[in-house]
Design a protein around this ligand. Structure first.
Ligand code: ADP
Ligand code: ADP
Length: 234
């Protein structure tokens, strides 16, 4: 079964002086539990593709199907619900709230969806454990290294148990050793949480961690079948 399908998706940005054709007829099916990497040079359309899958922007044409449901007619409220239930997102710039501690940042998506109490605290603790940051729970972002901040952001990205985690250049602000640690963490998530990962990266080293590599160039996507099916690695 596919968690994400793109069918002939195109995106044209036409606000500027010259229209930019950021995606051209992209067709792609992503299976449940896959760790898929989108690679290619800056400007090839990786962020655009992920932003469309997360509902942060709308395609110019084509269909995006999430968990079997065509999203074409979705309102922004429906997309907000999808990001609350189905989708988690991690960005290059960690986007943590500076006044909040690590555990408060991680708790935020649950608080926004109305959870409270003991189940919330235990879920937050579980996620901090998962990313190896339990002993940093009370620290604020300014007291954490870049790698630790990204771990907090990943914990926040999965705290609501999304079936799909979208990661846009999550190692772009990190040195190569820290980047490798973050990739190893991401790599462990499909097995531990049963989620699917779509990663955008211009780093080949990062892309090699994935089960499946899709190279993009000038808005075109070249699909490659998985090296191994996710079930085989379980
Ligand atoms: P990547 O993530 O691979 O670097 P992007 O998806 O960010 O690529 O960009 C693809 C193309 O679309 C680039 O030419 C970029 O300048 C352009 N682009 C991206 N976002 C916008 C936008 N909001 N308005 C206009 N052009 C955009
Ligand atoms: P990345 O390459 O990591 O995706 P970019 O620096 O290309 O990041 O883009 C950062 C943000 O700026 C994205 O949200 C993208 O949509 C927007 N953006 C990129 N290019 C343009 C552009 N030419 N005009 C307007 N916004 C853009």
């Amino acid at each position: 079964t596919y968690i994400v399908q793109l069918r002939a998706v195109s995106k044209i940005y036409d606000r500027g002086p010259v229209p930019v054709h950021a995606l051209r007829d992209v067709t792609l099916s992503v299976g449940t539990g896959e760790f898929l990497a989108l690679t290619g040079p800056s400007g090839c359309g990786k962020s655009t593709l992920l932003n469309l899958v997360a509902g942060l922007d709308r395609p110019t044409s084509g269909d995006i199907v999430l968990d079997g449901q065509p999203t074409g007619g979705w309102s922004s409220l429906q997309w907000t619900r999808a990001r609350r239930d189905l989708i988690g997102i991690v960005f290059q710039a960690f986007h943590l709230l500076p006044a909040l501690t690590a555990e408060e940042n991680v708790a935020m998506p649950l608080l926004l969806s109305g959870s409270a109490g003991r189940s919330l605290s235990s879920r937050v603790a579980e996620c901090l454990d998962l990313v190896g940051l339990r002993e940093r729970a009370k620290h604020r972002p300014s007291e954490l290294s870049g790698g630790e901040q990204q771990r907090v952001a990943i914990a926040r990205g999965v705290v609501h148990r999304p079936r799909l985690l979208i990661a846009d250049e999550p190692t772009g602000n990190l040195d190569s050793r820290t980047a490798a640690e973050i990739l190893a963490l991401l790599r462990s998530l499909p097995r531990q949480l049963g989620c699917t990962i779509m990663l955008a990266t211009h780093s080949d080293a990062a892309a090699r961690q994935a089960d499946r590599l899709c190279r993009m160039k000038d808005g075109l996507l070249h699909d490659h079948p998985p090296k191994t099916l996710p079930q085989d690695t379980a």
